[in-house]
Design a protein around this ligand. Structure first.
Ligand code: NAI
Length: 396
């Protein structure tokens, strides 16, 4: 079938298998261009199909020749209906890994469930014996709690008062004010349950209890801080409470892993266009301005550049790992530079529908958004028939 983008708000209903393949190939080429990192060799990535998790899987495999197991929750294709992009990304990743002689298997299902955890433990035991790196990169709006059976929904709300600020509809470029009503206690609790650290701790406990973590194994989860401009809706909002919880959980996991000389960290990453971030009000406007400035300064990075730097300059640099005063790894350092943030704060005041495409990088935002779904890549013939029924080879 000929596949075109069909946009609905913050999502695109279609995705392009060839474009997703191109996306994965581009990321692999970038990692190969950076040379080999002496990193982990057996890696489990939870949330491995898009965004930072996919970049982590690619960096592990093609940057350190690692065997990888990826867990994700994606929609398989059916006749006439495309899969979700993470499915096609994973299909392409496995094909490229196979060509390179690298072990790669994937599990598609709810990572919050006991069943998927058990399936993953069984696969590690059978194929890898143990893992030495666990990347936790889930971004989900809901979590069915495996113990209570309650379905929790996360929200993106401020805490303590209504928040009004500028935002942009990145499809039309229209800048307008958005008001978000404050969260109640249930919203906060639910968001912490979905996006906080409880599930990460459950994974690590299950892996350790089953003796599937190698001596010295590390685990990393991803967090975000961002500037004061977005803090009401992000870091001081419901999602920020969840990130506080995730960050606190890193210390608990680190304690648990001491007996195997293991370590647990949170890495604070840069704001990027992903399926998760495009749904957060205010953030797309911030990202449009951020991209413009970081590109002008020559310090712009996507997920793959961020994770390559996380591995090469932080985790596996052979030097002492620099941490901030809260024990976190910071690869949002360039985003948070004072000069960058001062320019954004000024542009923020000036931004209007009329001038955003000039003072901000709206085109770059849109391009990245299209790319998430496999559209807008050079070298892909979008007018040609594409086979939507592409399969992930390790998933039967
Ligand atoms: P994403 O939406 O691109 O990726 C989410 C991944 O989680 C996908 O692989 C998806 O299949 C998987 N997933 C979702 N629900 C699942 C479930 N129930 N079971 C199994 N897999 C499931 O998200 P993104 O942006 O890469 O986020 C990953 C982490 O990075 C999150 O913790 C996010 O807060 C953090 N982060 C994101 C930033 C951004 O600007 N996008 C900035 C800094 C941190």
């Amino acid at each position: 079938m000929i596949i075109e983008p069909r946009m609905r708000g913050f999502i695109c209903l279609t995705s392009h298998p060839k474009g997703c393949e191109q996306n994965v190939k581009n990321q692999i080429a970038y990692i190969k261009s950076k040379g080999i990192i002496d990193g982990a060799k057996k890696v489990l990535v939870i949330g491995a199909s898009t965004g930072f998790g996919l970049a982590s899987r690619i960096t592990s495999a093609f940057g350190s020749n690692a065997s990888t197991i990826g867990v994700f929750f994606e929609k398989a294709p059916s006749e006439g209906k495309t899969a979700s992009p993470g499915w096609y990304n994973s299909a392409a990743f496995e094909d490229e890994a196979k060509k390179a002689g690298l072990y790669a298997k994937s599990i598609n299902g709810d990572a919050f469930s006991n069943e998927v955890k058990q399936q993953t433990l069984d696969l590690i035991k059978q194929d890898l014996g143990q893992v030495d790196l666990v990347i936790y990169s889930l971004a989900s709006p809901v979590r069915l709690h495996p113990v209570t059976g309650v379905l929790h929904r996360s929200t993106l709300k401020p805490i303590g008062g209504t928040f009004t600020n500028k935002t942009v509809d990145f499809h039309t470029g229209k800048v307008s004010d958005v008001s978000i009503e404050p969260a109640n206690e249930d919203d906060i609790e639910n968001t912490v349950t979905v996006m906080g650290g409880e599930d990460w701790a459950m994974w690590m406990k299950a892996l350790k209890d089953a003796d599937l973590l190698a001596d010295g194994a590390q685990t990393i989860a991803y967090s975000y801080i961002g500037p004061s401009l977005t803090e009401a809706v992000y870091r001081k909002g419901t999602i920020g409470r969840a990130k506080d919880h995730l960050e606190a959980t890193a210390f608990e996991i680190a304690d648990e892993l001491k007996s195997i000389n293991g370590r647990a960290y949170v890495s604070v990453n840069k704001a990027l266009v992903t399926q998760a971030s495009s749904a957060i009000p205010v953030i797309p406007l911030y990202i449009s301005l951020l991209y413009k400035i970081m590109k002008e300064e020559g310090i712009h990075e996507g997920c793959i550049e961020q994770i390559q730097r996380l591995y090469a300059d932080r985790l596996f640099s052979g030097k002492e790992l620099p941490l901030d005063d809260k024990g976190r790894i910071r690869i949002d350092d360039w985003e948070m530079r004072d000069d960058v943030q001062a320019r954004i704060a000024k542009l923020w005041e000036e931004a209007t529908t009329e001038n955003l495409s000039e003072i901000g990088d709206l085109a770059g935002y849109k391009q990245d958004f299209l790319n998430l779904f496999g559209f807008g890549f050079d070298g892909v013939d979008y007018l040609a028939e594409a086979n939507e029924m592409v399969q992930v080879s390790s998933i039967q």
